[in-house]
Each structure stands twice: as C-alpha cells, then as structure tokens.
Design a protein around this ligand. Structure first.
Ligand code: GH3
Ligand code: MG
Ligand code: MG
Ligand code: MG
Length: 312
C-alpha cells in the first residue's frame, strides 16, 4: 500500500511556486440569516485556524466574493428573501466563481434536496447536527482540492512558474495597483541566448534542463512578493513591486552572472549558457502594454550588443 500524498504540504509547495502568501489562512464565508448559528460555525472553523467572514444578508454575498475571494462558501439552505440554492445558482453563473467550493448546511433537508443542490453546481449538503470535527474535515478537504486545482491551472508545467496568462494578469493587476498608489515597480523580460543552438547541440531534454535551472535560480533569488512567469519558450517575465529600475538592474545583473557560471553537462560535454534581459519601470507609463514594449525593446538592444547583457 502506498502512502497517500501529504495534501497540505503539496498545497504549500504549489503556493510557494506561485508566489502566493504561504501563511495566508484559509478564508471561509458563512451565509446564514441567523447570526447565532453563523457564529457557532465560525467559532468551530476559527478554532481550526481558519479566517471566517459572516454574512446574514444573501444580497451581500456577491460583493464579498468580488472584493475578497474566499476559499469556500458555507451556505444555510433556508433563508428568507433568497434561498441558499438560489444564491448558489447565481454564484455559479459567473465564470470567476466556478472553482470556489460551496457546502450547504441544513437542519431538516429532505434527502432528495441533495440531488438538486449537486445539479446546480454545489459540492455537498451537510447536516447541521454533524460533529464539529467532521465539518472541519469536509471544509478542509474541499479547500485543499480547490487550491491544488487552481494552482495547476495557474502553473507552467515544466518550471512550476506562473504560466503566460497568469503572469500577464498579475502584471496588469500590479500596474493598476501601483498607478493608484503612485508607487514604483520594475519588470524584466529575460531571454536565453542562442538557445536554439543549445537544443541543436545537446538535445531538447538538455534544453529543458537549462530552462528549469534558470527558473530555479529566479525562484531562489527573488523576493516572495515578486512574480515570476514563463512568458514563452525560453522567455521569462519578472514583476518586481517596490523596486526602481536602478536596483532592478543590479539584481538582474547579479542573476545574469550567476546563471552564466552554471556548468551544464550533457554526456561528457560541459557547457555554459547566458541570458539577456530588458528592464522597464512603470514611471510615466499609461498602460502595462507600454511598459512591456519598453522592456522588449531593451531586450532587443541587449541582443544587439552581443547578448549576456542587461539593458534599460
Ligand atoms: P537569441 O539569442 O536571439 O534569443 O537566440 P535563440 O536561439 O535563443 O532564439 P530563438 O527564438 O530563435 O530560439 C528559441 C528556441 O527555444 C526555439 C525553440 O525550439 C526553443 N524552445 C522553446 N520552448 C522550448 C522548450 O520548452 N524546451 C526546449 N528544449 N526548447 C524550447
Ligand atoms: Mg436559516
Ligand atoms: Mg526567444
Ligand atoms: Mg533566445
């Protein structure tokens, strides 16, 4: 019998890869028209280390989901105004809320009700009388699975970095935040030099190893608040909040040196690889596409100057 994978540590590992905050507690939204009942379940989940938000008005749920995506919805089935199943159906109509687990609690639901609830896209109907530790287990297992699936959606499978779509989204989000707060951030576009000849000389699998080694170096050296994505084949996009172009230049240059010193081996051959990078600050830019265009142009200049160079 093989030992089952340690799910929580797997979640931690994936979140680590994704630059998400590892210490962020699981956030549960409880919706129940009776505050005393909501508080009873909140206490149980809080004692299990989770963060809980209570909402007694079903109409308040969508705004909460939009502003702070909770990890799970725990809904009362019977409420005045809007019933729990109607609320779940509305939540499931929206694309961005497809992955959030929805659990129902009811004191006296007919067994057939469960089928209806599963059909509208909720995950389970639990009895209000179930032992607290059982409720905690239900919530945890749903949340862990959802986190793993979400992480898999966000990840580049070769490197574990953010994939193209996600690094692009992260960049746009950071751009808007920094514009609003009037703070500085710098992006770097990194491209491995003469990578086609690495593949041609040493083979595709060795090429993959080089890509993975660079991804690992970036993960080791950047801060947890930075975002690292595989933008394309042998191209990486870094987003460095609260960093000006001068400091970013120093950082990327030290990474450039470190990478060029790695001795790769293929059969009996030893070889080195370098990268070029273009960096650009958000100052004076109106939209993220302008910033990425600057970084791209800087990368182009770095290649023209002979590669293994960082340009701003
Ligand atoms: P330059 O210095 O101008 O960037 O030259 P280059 O050879 O790196 O540039 P080019 O864009 O011509 O080649 C990139 C190569 O990267 C071509 C493609 O086959 C290879 N590549 C893209 N994705 C992967 C991958 O996942 N694994 C491997 N092994 N190779 C890849
Ligand atoms: Mg009720
Ligand atoms: Mg390229
Ligand atoms: Mg290249």
């Amino acid at each position: 019998v093989t030992k089952p994978a340690d799910i929580p540590s797997l979640v931690g590992m994936i979140r680590n890869h994704l630059n998400l905050n590892i210490n962020k507690p699981t956030h549960i939204l409880i919706v129940d028209d009776q505050i005393s009942i909501a508080e009873f379940y909140a206490t149980i989940l809080e004692q299990a280390g989770m963060k809980v938000t209570i909402e007694t008005n079903p109409y308040g749920v969508l705004p909460i989901l939009q502003s702070s995506m909770p990890d799970l919805l725990l809904l009362d089935l019977n409420m005045p105004d809007v019933n729990g199943d109607e609320l779940a159906a509305v939540v499931r109509q929206q694309e961005q809320f497809q992955t959030i687990p929805i659990l129902f609690l009811s004191a006296n639901a007919h067994p057939d009700k469960k089928t209806d609830l599963l059909e509208i896209g909720s995950d389970d109907l639990l009895s209000k009388g179930m032992p607290p530790e059982e409720l905690v287990r239900h919530v945890r297992s749903r949340v862990d699975r959802a986190k793993i699936l979400t992480a898999m959606m966000y990840q580049d499978s070769l490197t574990g970095l953010l994939n193209h779509a996600q690094i692009q989204l992260a960049a746009e989000r950071v751009f808007m935040q920094c514009k609003r707060k009037d703070t500085t951030f710098t992006i770097a576009m990194i491209d491995i030099d003469k990578f086609k000849s690495v593949n041609d000389t040493y083979g595709h699998l060795t090429g993959d190893r080089v890509i993975k080694a660079l991804a690992q170096l970036l993960q080791q050296r950047l801060r947890v608040t930075d975002y690292i994505g595989r933008f394309g084949g042998e191209e990486f996009l870094l987003i460095m909040p609260d960093m000006n172009i001068h400091d970013a230049g120093n950082l990327i240059n030290s990474l450039r040196k470190a990478f060029s010193l790695i001795n790769f081996k293929s059969d009996n051959l030893s070889f080195n690889v370098s990268f070029s990078a273009g960096i650009a600050e958000n100052t004076g830019m109106n939209a993220f596409i302008d910033q990425i265009k600057f970084a791209d142009e800087a990368l182009y200049r770095a290649k023209e100057r002979g590669r293994n160079v960082v340009c701003a």
